[in-house]
Structures are given as structure tokens and as C-alpha cells.
Design a protein around this ligand. Structure first.
Ligand code: UDP
Length: 489
């Protein structure tokens, strides 16, 4: 292994669901005490992270210049959080403008180290172009996929094989998946259903993203081999190269404040509220960092939460179309008097926009998680043995729910997509199915606990690299070091 400290450059996409797992991975690598980590991002994201790292951290935060205004984005947009759909593409375009700055950074790092190259670049699945920079400097590059292997494989396979409905059936084989792996057309994300391969989204994904994926030297997955074999196998066969399941890479309880985000409630207040509730009695409801429900679905969800008689914590994010300053007082997307009634009854806790999620999921009062099933949320839930009620809103979330429900058995889907119309009675039925002593509920809790045990084993000893995911991580670092040595030699 390495004698002197080697440099590892890490570069996540500018979204909390990407920055969080990269940061956790950086901290995990830091523990090995053999590497200097250069963590790259745009100024505002770095500023938030800077205040959160301990002084003696070997993680160096480096800013790249970024101008959102040049791409028709609102001033200071450096994170996709709450960005309306029509500006998403602009944000991706803006992210491409980071390429020359990243190249310059790598060149500077090499000069500062007397010609010694970084050992490897670990870059985001959404910053495919980093592969070209790594190639230019002859540096080993691994792409870190922060979704499940299964969902990423569905996503890649479906977007790369358009159009789908070549037969009369709405159910079809997932291209290049093992025999019997089918998908129903309604299980696909809404934009994909409308795509034909020549539309903007298809062309962008193919030409700006996927073409780079196949050229990465290796692919790291925030997943666990024992539960996610199909997706991992898909990529190792398709690209003919090594895939490294090193997950779960998640923030630990108590460490979330160190991502530089402000919570809508203090961790202490949240804990005190949970401490007062009976064990396994609370439903946690959150749809991640980016997306919101429609106003009518917000109202239905609120009615369901009030009507089901369960304890709950709901991270409330106003629908995008509404005035973001009106937040919890917006009576056009919450039933009249809802907040006051919830406060009075004490059964619910409404948190504005951002909650200490891992702390909540790890609390003994938690029973279930109603989630959009972004992979970080899903894997954080599974790490604490909490079963899920899935409501995917976009992209890979659809395939994560399919995976969690059909392959692992720890989730039931309640609704699909942002334009669906859902009624509160249907939500109540699913909440009761999962939280009550029904056959299905008991089975899901048992499964979720089994998966938690698999996960605990996979990262049994982070300090000494014990457990399947930790051993894979060790092998990855070793392989990168050896390859780097060969390149330098
Ligand atoms: N998160 C959080 N508090 C919130 C909402 C989200 O800490 O109120 C964190 C969550 O723990 C996870 C990440 O933000 O690590 C969200 O990632 P995910 O992949 O679940 O969804 P995305 O935001 O990317 O859609």
C-alpha cells in the first residue's frame, strides 16, 4: 500500500443527494489516514461545507468558479434544490462550464506536488466529462454512482434502448437484463414514457452522460453486493470493467449538521419529540432535497396523516409554484387549520424544508418512512431497518421503488409521479398496511431488519476495512494505487 500520502480528488454534482454520500465517502477514506482528499465543488457549496469540517481534517475543500447567471439561472444557484424543471437542463449546461476550471485545478495540483499526479479522481455520475480530464492527465478515474445498481441499470438500459413499445404489450423485458426481468410501461418515469430517442432528454443523456460512463476506469456504487447483484452484474457485463459496491456510504446519526445545512428544527427538539413517543410508532414523511408534491397531493397527504391516527414527522416543502416565503402558512396547499390541529393534538411534527433525517431514522420510535425513494433516503432507511412506503417522483426513484418492493420486499408503493392524482383514503390504506400488525407489515419489518443485518455486516469495521463493502473499498484503493504507480512508472 501507499507509503506517502497520496492525493484523491473527489467531485460530486451540486445536489445534496450527491454531496452527502461523497462527503461520507471522503470521511471514510480519511479514516485510513493514508490519503489527502481534495474535495471539489462550487463556491457556495464549499462555503457551507467549510464551516462544518473539523480544523484537523485532511479533506481540502477547493472551489471552482461558477456563474449561474450565464446560463439563465437565478443568481447564486449552485445547487439543484427546488429548481423548477425547465431550468434543470440549464443547470446541467452550467455544470459543463466547470470542465476547463477542473482541468486547471488538476494541473495546479500536479505542479504543487512536483509533478506527482493525484492517485485517482472519484467523480460524480452526473459529471461524466471528468473522465476526459482524467484521461488527459493519465489519472485513474472512478465514477461514483449514488443510486442503487438496479435502478441505475434500469435507467441506463431504458434510455439507451428507445423506443420501447415495439409490441402490443405494456409489459416488456428490460433490455439486457436476466431472463424474466420485466417492467410495465407505467413503472417508467413520466419523461421517459414520452421519449423516442430523438428528444432533448435522450440526446443529452446519451451524448453528455452515458458516453462517459462506459469509459470510466471503474465504477463505485453506493450499494451492497449481497442485495443488489442484478444491477451490478448489468454494468460489469455491459462495460466489461470492474464495479465496486462499497455501500452504504451514509451520514451517521449526529453528523448531519456537518453537511452545512440549516435544519428547520433543532436536532435536540426533534429528539425530545421522538423520545416521548412509544417505540415503533412514528411515520417519517419526506421527499428529499429537490422535489415537491403538487398542491392537491399535499392536501391529500395532509388529510391522510391527520386521519390515520399515527404519530408522524413531515418535512414540509411548499409546492414549487407557490410563494416560497409563505411556507407553512400556505392554506392553498394545506387543509385549513391543519397546523394548529396537529400542534394541539401533539401527534405530528411539521418541519420546515430540512430535517435531521438520519437522526430521525435511527430513533427507536420510528416505524416507517413515506419517501420518494431517492437512493440516499432508501439506504439510510434500510441501514436502520425501517420499511418504506414509496412515492417516486422522478428519474431513478421509480426503479428504486420497483427494486425495493419487488426484489427486496421492504417497500409498498402508494403513488407514482408528480402528475398523479392520489386520494387520502389510498394513502391511509398503505400507512395502515405497513404500520399495523398486518401480515404484510410484519413481513416487511422482518425483511427490513434482515437487510439491516446484511448492511451492518458489510461495513462491520470501518476503521480496519472489515466487511464485504469495506473490503471492496480497500481493494479499490489498492487497485487505484497500483495503477497510478504503473502510470507514473
Ligand atoms: N435530507 C435531509 N433532510 C431532509 C431531506 C433530505 O437530511 O429534510 C438528506 C437525506 O438524508 C439524504 C439526502 O438529503 O441524504 C437526499 O438524498 P436522496 O437521494 O434521498 O434524494 P434527493 O434529494 O437526491 O432527491
Amino acid at each position: 500500500m501507499a507509503q506517502t500520502k497520496e492525493n484523491i480528488v473527489m467531485f460530486p454534482f451540486m445536489a445534496q443527494g450527491h454531496i452527502n454520500p461523497f462527503l461520507s465517502l471522503a470521511r471514510r477514506i480519511e479514516k485510513a489516514n493514508k490519503y489527502i482528499i481534495t474535495f471539489v465543488n462550487t463556491p457556495l457549496n464549499i462555503k457551507k461545507l467549510r464551516s462544518s469540517l473539523p480544523q484537523n481534517s485532511s479533506i481540502h475543500l477547493i472551489e471552482l468558479p461558477f456563474s449561474s447567471l450565464d446560463f439563465g439561472l437565478p443568481p447564486n444557484t449552485e445547487n439543484v434544490e427546488s429548481l423548477p424543471d425547465h431550468l434543470f437542463y440549464n443547470f446541467f449546461q452550467a455544470s459543463l462550464s466547470l470542465k476547463p476550471h477542473f482541468g486547471k485545478l488538476i494541473s495546479n495540483l500536479i505542479n504543487q506536488q512536483n509533478g506527482q499526479k493525484p492517485m485517482c479522481i472519484i467523480s460524480d455520475m452526473l459529471l461524466g466529462w471528468c473522465e476526459e480530464i482524467a484521461q488527459e492527465f493519465g489519472i485513474y478515474q472512478a465514477m461514483f454512482i449514488s443510486s442503487s445498481g438496479f435502478a441505475s441499470a434500469c435507467y441506463y438500459s431504458l434510455w439507451m434502448n428507445l423506443p420501447h413499445r415495439s409490441t402490443d404489450s405494456d409489459e416488456f423485458m428490460l433490455p439486457d437484463f436476466p431472463e424474466g426481468s420485466t417492467i410495465h410501461v407505467t413503472q417508467m418515469e413520466e419523461v421517459l414514457r414520452a421519449a423516442d430517442g430523438t428528444d432533448i432528454a435522450s440526446v443529452f443523456l446519451r451524448e453528455e452522460l452515458f458516453c462517459h460512463w462506459s469509459k470510466a476506469d471503474g465504477i463505485l456504487f453506493n450499494t451492497i453486493e449481497e442485495i443488489d447483484k442484478i444491477g451490478l452484474m448489468y454494468f460489469s457485463r455491459k462495460f466489461g470493467r470492474k464495479v465496486w459496491p462499497i455501500g452504504p456510504v451514509v451520514l451517521s446519526p449526529g453528523s448531519q449538521a456537518r453537511t452545512g445545512r440549516d435544519f428547520g428544527i433543532s436536532q435536540e427538539e426533534c429528539k425530545n419529540w421522538l423520545d416521548e413517543k412509544p417505540s415503533c410508532s412514528v411515520l417519517y414523511v419526506s421527499f428529499g432535497s429537490q422535489y415537491t408534491l403538487s398542491a392537491s397531493n399535499m392536501i391529500q397527504l395532509a388529510m391522510a396523516l391527520e386521519g390515520c391516527g399515527k404519530n408522524f414527522i413531515w418535512v414540509v416543502r411548499p409546492p414549487l409554484c407557490s410563494d416560497s416565503n409563505s411556507e407553512l402558512k400556505a392554506n392553498e396547499w394545506l387543509p385549513e387549520g391543519f397546523e394548529e390541529r396537529i400542534k394541539e393534538s401533539g401527534c405530528g411534527l411539521l418541519v420546515c424544508k430540512w430535517a435531521p433525517q438520519v437522526d430521525i431514522l435511527s430513533h427507536k420510535s420510528l416505524s416507517a418512512f413515506l419517501s420518494h425513494c431517492g437512493w440516499n433516503s432508501a439506504i439510510e432507511s434500510l441501514s436502520h431497518g425501517v420499511p418504506m412506503i414509496g412515492w417516486p417522483l422522478v428519474a431513478d426513484q421509480f426503479y428504486n421503488v420497483k427494486f425495493l418492493e419487488e426484489q427486496i420486499g421492504v417497500c409498498v408503493e402508494v403513488a407514482r409521479g408528480r402528475s398523479c392524482e392520489v386520494f387520502h383514503e389510498e394513502i391511509v390504506t398503505k400507512i395502515e398496511m405497513v404500520m399495523n400488525e398486518t401480515e404484510k407489515g410484519k413481513e416487511m419489518r422482518k425483511k427490513a431488519w434482515e437487510v439491516k443485518e446484511i448492511i451492518d455486516n458489510a461495513i462491520k469495521d470501518e476503521e480496519n476495512f472489515k466487511g464485504s463493502s469495506m473490503e471492496t473499498m480497500d481493494q479499490f484503493l489498492d487497485a487505484a494505487w497500483k495503477l497510478n504507480g504503473e502510470n507514473e512508472g
